[in-house]
Design a protein around this ligand. Sequence first.
Ligand SMILES: [Fe+2]
Length: 311
Amino acid sequence: MALHRLLGMKIGTPTPDTLDDFYREIGLEGGNGKWGSAAAPDQIVITESPYRQLREIRVGCEDEADLAAIGKRLDHLGVTYDLSGGKLKLEDPSNHWSIEIEPTEPFDVPAPPARVGNRPGDRPRRGQRADVIGESSPRPPRRLGHVVVGTPEIEKTRALFVDGLGFRISDSVAGLAFFTRCSMDHHNLLISPGPVPYLNHYALEHDDIDSVARAATLYLRAHEDAQIAGPGRHMIGGNIFWYMRDPSGTFFEYFADMDLIDDDQAWQPREDWPLEDSWSVWGEKDQPEVFFQPHDIEDVIAGYQKEDETR
Ligand SMILES: [Fe+2]
């Protein structure tokens, strides 16, 4: 595997301080515009921008030979890039996101303390209260797992990330949405339709359903209008999910237990997921309309168009 890790993203917002406060509140570690978990620091970088948007995606590959191979494929696509200092950098010509790829060591966050639970016929938790009850604060998010972007240029975006950079398609929906991975996660980048390029949501991995639900519940008690969707379990990717809105207007997802693909040859991507019935195994049946029409989408469109005039 050439690409093996989503290193991080840079997110733009008119109010960086608000996002700093938000990430501190939900238990990420860092400060001054750089946030992550204890094991995976600096995955989210905040920068001041005229409107909320995705600024950059950073991806890890195995070695410098991968960078050369990606460069050749970009040449073939006619996409310009800079390969120097051990990194390959480019601007996505359709969406104007910066992309950085660099060799990094294989990595996973360390396994959290296991929970002991009972189920039919297998009941090891005896004489002992559920451990989640004894946790004085919710377990924190462990890492940034995926980003979901909207774009008016689905095919060009798919071609850049898949044919050019080497992301692999795990599943797709009606040729309209591509679940792609640059690691063993079922998806690290979901390319979906949008009126302009924008960041639909980003997803933070939690330990399990207890951790997702407890952290989400506590956040929603303090921010009643932040609910977007969930809890539920997705069909595509298989992950438990709970979506909320961060103070900048971007949705964030707490997720756990996503499908993992460690054998590219053995995995069979499905292209026939039905548009109308592929949102969840349990939870809300349909994907809420707000996903396609975020509350501030008119501001995002106006912001993008204004910036586009200066390009
Ligand atoms: Fe997601």
